[in-house]
Write a protein that binds this ligand. Structure first.
Ligand SMILES: Cc1cc2nc3c(=O)[nH]c(=O)nc-3n(C[C@H](O)[C@H](O)[C@H](O)COP(=O)(O)OP(=O)(O)OC[C@H]3O[C@@H](n4cnc5c(N)ncnc54)[C@H](O)[C@@H]3O)c2cc1C
Length: 323
């Protein structure tokens, strides 16, 4: 059904020297360990390769989505007929020049926090326990314990027309777990501006953030962090709201409200299903709506197979016939 598209993908990947794989599932690529089959996973290793590949895919009308470590994504159990651009191989090296730190989007955020702390650079030590890549953190404006990545971002490198283009950090709106990047924008890397401080003091603040996290959040479990954002008008956080409704430990099949932190949904078992996590999340939203009059907004990104990015027009013409 996608023969023409598949041939085009193979040809583009071979020409640009980028690894392209079939047969992967979101269950292998996301921290919740659920989610269905992916047609293609393409894994660029450099910013230039990534910029070139998405340009070629766009030119060929082939839909794609960027994925970092998959620690904020709940992909459903269906078949996802698009290319996943897996950026976790696009690590590069961290370049430190005075107080400026340049890093590629695939680099691990916790690793970066350790690197800069050792170099006596402060500004992201609160982010040390956030799993994922720098790209995922930029996309969501990840934050914790008084630090947000957007606050220290001087420049973001993005892919435009096959090229690496620099965008000033101050031209981007960095909101609570949301930014003004356009859907379909690929982030390639960033330059952060940090401040000098005593490495021992930075480490002490990192350790403090880590122990607070360990005391309040489940660890060693399969989650995507906080499932819902905190409601703007409420004085108490979403975790406390759900906890006070007595929902800790509530289960739907393979998904459970964490007994440690009620805003975490964790999955269990070899064959855990995204539909269980989604049903549990909707049950929570329904109860919070009914009992508290609050509309919870997802912090986790829901990727629906049915709401896939645009695919090759020639193939799309036939897609309805075969399904
Ligand atoms: C145990 C746990 C604790 C967590 N605690 C926190 C916390 O304290 N604070 C917090 O903010 N988050 C937290 N999270 C959520 C998550 O770790 C962050 O949102 C993280 O920044 C996601 O990075 P990622 O690489 O895994 O992104 P992914 O989950 O892979 O992707 C998230 C989104 O970013 C997009 N994206 C990823 N890379 C790129 C790119 N290069 N270009 C364009 N778009 C891209 C994806 O398309 C997707 O829309 C937690 C998660 C877990 C599992």
């Amino acid at each position: 059904m996608f023969a023409q598209r598949d041939k085009a993908i193979e040809e583009i990947a071979a020409r640009l020297g980028v690894r392209a794989e079939r047969g992967k599932r979101f269950a292998e690529l996301t921290s919740l360990r659920v989610g269905g089959a992916i047609d293609w996973v393409i894994a660029p290793e450099t910013e230039e390769q990534a910029a070139a590949i998405v340009h070629e895919l766009d030119q060929a009308g082939i839909g794609w989505r960027p994925l970092g470590s998959g620690s904020n994504v709940l992909a459903d159990d269906g078949e996802h007929h698009y290319v996943v651009l897996n950026l976790s191989d696009m690590k590069g090296e961290v370049h430190i020049n005075g107080e400026q730190v340049s890093v590629s989007a695939g680099y691990s955020l916790p690793r970066l926090c350790i690197d800069v702390a050792r170099s006596g650079l402060s500004g992201i030590e609160g982010l040390g326990g956030i799993p994922g890549t720098v790209g995922g953190a930029l996309w969501m404006n990840a934050g914790a314990y008084g630090h947000e990545i957007g606050t220290v971002t001087e420049v973001v490198r993005v892919a435009r027309d096959g090229k690496v283009v620099e965008v000033p950090g101050e031209s981007i709106q960095w909101n609570y777990r949301h930014t003004s990047f356009n859907e379909g924008e690929l982030l390639l890397g960033a330059t952060l501006r940090l401040t000098r401080d005593d490495p021992a003091q930075i480490k002490a603040r990192m350790d403090d953030a880590k122990s607070r996290r360990l005391a309040t959040q489940p660890h060693g479990s399969r989650s995507a962090g906080c499932f819902f954002k905190n409601p703007p008008a409420s004085t108490i956080g979403t975790g406390k709201i759900i906890d006070e409704m007595g929902m800790k430990g509530q289960r739907r099949g393979s998904a459970v409200v964490s007994p440690v932190h009620a805003n975490f949904i964790v999955t269990e078992g070899e064959n855990a299903r995204a539909e269980d996590a989604l049903a549990l999340a909707e049950e929570i939203r329904e109860r919070v709506r009914r009992e508290q009059g609050i509309e919870l907004e997802y912090e986790v990104e829901l990727w629906r197979a049915s709401n896939e990015p645009q695919m090759n027009a020639d193939d799309a013409d036939q897609s309805g016939k075969d399904e």
